[in-house]
Design a protein around this ligand. Structure first.
Ligand code: FE2
Ligand code: FE2
Length: 480
């Protein structure tokens, strides 16, 4: 039944998307008509239908590219086209009020480049520039005071804006800090102003200095408006569309977060464990070229599901009471393994980014809960199937989730084994990673052997820092 319904639903989704894109094209052309009619400029039906059709085709091609990149889902589509709508309405307003050189076109590549799929960001920026060109033609065609020279200048401005947006998308990293985004975008916008100034000089036989300054300054003003709008609106989009930008991740790592406060209050042992796992994961992620802030945020919340039954986990048992003493192993295993799914549900309900949710659900993979399996085996005749004594999985699907798995077991094991030398600690971590490899827990993650070696080094050096008071740095301490 599901198999029959799935393709049907897909076709229905495509039809809905096409209808929504037709509506969006109509809205955009409608905004142009509304602005021009204020000045008694009316378009004929053929112009309206053909420009509307062209805008729709551009929107459709953009959707096909997004779908090809695996971002054709409803939320991504609504997000991308909302940004596109905002950008194009701003473009229309600039064209209408005579500030065509100051169109804030860079707003779109800034938002999509820092929070969305890069290739989709490039494609949508190209679509945005093409639609702006359609509107520019509409405005120019119905405005007799427009000179060919003006049109050429504005096309040049579109080209400079196109290059600026491409550079912004390419150069600003998704997880870049607020300061870095501001500086990089600011420098690129300034360069675009200089290019606009020089291009204006190159375009006429008799370069008009005022025109050159107007174009250069307007391009900088348009860029500055884009940057300002980006910083004002990104927190809203992060919340509404669950984006995991660097800004959002930094916010989630703050100890002010209500969920972290709740973890500290209900499960202090787990909270402290999560802090150390976060420190390890952050350093290990940096060592293998993954995003340290994402690793830190994901590690901080990896055991959040334990707030539902904190007393069932050893790190929270301070008064000597262990509820597992009164339970059969099968029930104990269920109480323990459910924290991965419970965590994912809590994070989902709070609108956390999907990368953080995936770490909560994948950090134990489908490992067995060895202690309770052996406890059950001891009271069972014959060989007991391990299947009912494992986490539900899936195995880590990303490098960061594999790192969190290692950081998690390394922290817990170091607390219970208490190695006293660097050598003992390094051997312990090596054995832990090997045991997870033997269980094939890293088979579905793209992490390589070379990266695992770097992760092990990062784990050892972080844990040395955490337990420096009791772990000796001397390698041959044991032999003395
Ligand atoms: Fe866990
Ligand atoms: Fe953990």
């Amino acid at each position: 039944m599901d198999k029959i319904d799935a393709p049907k639903r897909k076709v229905r989704d495509y039809v809905c998307t096409v209808l929504a894109l037709i509506a969006l094209a109509a809205i955009l052309v409608g905004v142009v008509v509304a602005f021009r009619s204020v000045r008694d400029v009316y378009f004929d039906a053929v112009t309206l239908v053909s420009s509307g059709g062209l805008v729709f085709l551009l929107l459709l091609v953009n959707y096909v590219v997004m779908d090809f990149c695996g971002r054709g889902d409803a939320i991504s589509t609504i997000f991308v086209y909302t940004i596109l709508l905002i950008t194009e309405v701003a473009v229309i307003m600039c064209l209408h009020f005579g500030y065509a050189y100051a169109m804030p076109i860079s707003f779109l590549p800034l938002i999509l480049g820092t929070s969305f799929h890069k290739r989709c960001a490039f494609a949508t920026h190209f679509t945005s520039i093409s639609i702006a060109a359609v509107f520019l033609t509409l405005f120019a065609f119905y405005n007799e005071s427009f000179a060919i020279h003006d049109i050429a200048m504005q096309v040049m401005v579109l080209v400079v804006n196109g290059a600026t947006g491409t550079l912004l998308t390419h150069m600003i990293h998704r997880y870049a800090s607020r300061f870095r985004i501001l500086v990089t975008a600011g420098v690129i916008v300034l360069i675009s102003g200089v290019i606009g100034f020089l291009s204006a000089a190159a375009m006429g036989n008799n370069p008009d200095v005022m025109q050159m300054i107007t174009v250069g300054v307007s391009l900088i003003v348009g860029g500055a408006i884009s940057i300002f709008a980006y910083f004002c609106l990104i927190p809203i989009f992060e919340r509404v569309f669950n984006l995991n930008t660097g800004l959002r991740l930094t916010e989630l790592c703050s100890f002010d977060q209500p969920l972290l406060k709740e973890l500290e209050e209900k499960a202090p042992g787990t909270y402290n464990h999560s802090l150390t796992v976060a420190n390890i994961a952050e350093r290990a992620a940096y060592a293998v070229g993954e995003d340290p802030t994402l690793a830190r945020a994901a590690a901080l919340y990896h055991d959040i599901g334990k707030i539902e039954n904190p007393e069932f986990f050893t790190e929270n048992q301070t008064d000597g009471y262990n509820p597992h003493d009164e339970l059969i192993p099968e029930v104990s295993v269920k109480m323990i393994t459910r924290h991965t799914e419970a965590g994912a549900k809590i994070l989902e309900a709070k609108g956390f980014p999907k990368e953080i949710i995936s770490a909560a659900i994948q950090h134990h993979g489908d490992s067995s809960v060895g202690y309770f399996y052996h406890k059950a085996q001891n009271i069972t005749e014959g060989t007991l199937e391990e299947k009912g004594y494992t986490y539900l999985g899936p195995k880590p699907q990303t490098k960061i989730n594999a790192i969190i798995m290692i950081a998690d077991i390394a922290e817990a094991a170091t607390r219970s084994v208490r190695p006293s030398t660097l050598e003992e600690l390094a051997t312990l971590i090596d054995n832990l990673v090997r045991s997870k490899m033997n269980e094939r827990q890293f088979d579905e993650s793209p992490i390589t052997m070379a990266e695992l070696t770097k992760v092990k080094k990062a784990v050892v050096s972080t844990l040395m820092g955490v337990h420096h008071e009791r772990i000796s740095y001397t390698l041959d301490n044991k032999r003395k």
